[in-house]
Design a protein around this ligand. Structure first.
Ligand code: PLP
Length: 392
């Protein structure tokens, strides 16, 4: 700790993935670690994309800043792609390209709210959403997402949390950390609530491409006045395996993007130009590669579900999507103790539920997209090993 940092920053938890990675360094094991702590595709980007990046590197324009809101061709291509996915009118003027979806969230929240305002955040939440709100002095109002067997929050529960300082409701679907995919009707109910109360609905759809249902994730973009209320966030990181390239987006009204532009200009001026070129190539030229990878993701999810049917397993699968599974551990210990033991004695790295909000001590998150489908039985074998007290 240093007295140089502000009290607010000092009071915020350390980056969770870095903390979890520190648990494994002491493991004396000679068995390969199964690392399920971070949502990173288990494969590299497409070879053709790597070649395109090489070509782009030689173009003079690539070393320059782009427009603050992104290169026009990428804004246009993303607008077309979203318009097709959501069967709606979405234009290039609705798109801002950001340096990753985390920056999209950060800039959006900074544009929407100020210190002392509050934002409704379902729990468990994506930890960087929470950390950022706290950094800005925006108060998160916790909305329980785990209700009995369901991992989907209810708009009716959110209604009572709204007051005159509430600026937005945040949703994340498919969800990090639970993997839950919210039904379109539920998302619509949140939208209607936000609209009727004059606040924003911010929906992080980083994992939207990994859904198996071909129908649009929701119908909100079909409302001709969607821009009055809706702000959608997206990432190129997962779908094109570009986590290190840093490209994401905000889809909103041109008026909102005009405000957002001020923030983006101060933070990074623009998303990396070469990475925007890579994202554009992904959108326009990698449909087949993407479909193959989505098929792989589905295979992993079904291998995981099948492995969890093991009769000796006392851990329970609460929900699972394309990237994450949220599981209930069987111990009367806090989640971090369990996660650390799994890392240090059973060579399985998962994040404790406590990193995703209050009341999550009974849960762990598995970012299972990091592993190959054939490893899912090993994941379950290591969980069983941990419940039998067989420590290595
Ligand atoms: C829900 C969610 N939003 C945003 C991000 C960050 O995405 P990006 O790499 O585009 O910043 C992640 C990454 O794990 C995520 O899970």
């Amino acid at each position: 700790m240093t007295a140089l940092a502000s009290k607010i920053i000092q009071g915020i938890e350390a980056p969770p993935i870095a903390e979890a990675m520190s648990w494994i360094s002491t493991s004396p094991s000679n068995r390969a670690l199964i690392n399920l702590c971070q949502a990173v595709p288990s494969y590299p980007p497409a070879e053709a994309l790597a070649e395109e990046v090489g070509r782009l590197a030689r173009l003079p324009a690539t070393s320059l800043y782009s427009d603050i809101l992104g290169i026009p061709a990428l804004r246009q291509a993303l607008a077309e792609s979203l318009a097709a996915d959501y069967k709606a009118d979405i234009a290039d003027r609705n798109i801002a390209i950001t340096a990753g979806c985390n920056q999209a969230f950060a800039a959006t929240m900074m544009a929407l709210a100020e210190a002392g305002d509050n934002v409704i955040l379902p729990v468990p939440y994506y930890f960087n959403h929470h950390m950022w709100l706290e950094m800005l002095g925006i108060r998160p109002r916790y909305l329980p997402a785990i209700r009995g067997e369901s991992t989907t929050p209810a708009a009716a529960d959110a209604a009572g949390l709204i007051d005159e300082r509430t600026r937005a409701i945040v949703l994340c679907s498919p969800n990090n950390p639970t993997g839950a995919i919210y039904p379109a009707e539920t998302i619509r109910e949140f939208y209607n609530l936000a609209k009727s109360r004059g606040i924003a609905l911010v929906i992080d759809e980083t994992y939207k491409d990994f859904r198996t249902d071909p129908k649009p994730p929701h119908d909100l973009f079909q409302d001709p006045r969607w821009g009055d209320c809706l702000i959608q966030l997206y990432s190129f990181s997962k779908v094109f395996a570009l986590t290190g390239y840093r490209v994401g987006s905000v889809t909103a009204s041109p008026e909102f993007l005009g405000e957002l532009e001020k923030i983006l200009d101060c933070v990074a001026i623009c998303a990396p130009t070469i990475s925007q070129g890579a994202a554009l190539f992904g959108l326009t030229s990698l449909a087949q590669w993407k479909d193959e990878k989505l098929k792989l993701a589905r295979e992993k999810a079904s291998a995981l579900r099948q492995a969890f049917e093991h009769p000796e397993l006392d851990y329970r699968l609460l929900s699972a999507g394309a990237f994450f599974a949220y599981i209930r551990h069987p111990f009367a210990e806090d989640a971090k103790t369990v996660a650390k033991r799994l890392a240090q004695q059973h060579d399985l790295l998962a994040l404790p539920g406590s990193m995703f909000g209050p009341g999550q001590e009974q849960y762990l998150r598995l970012a299972f997209a990091n592993a190959e489908a054939r490893l899912m039985p090993d994941v379950v074998a290591r969980l069983i090993e941990s419940q039998n007290g067989k420590h290595r």
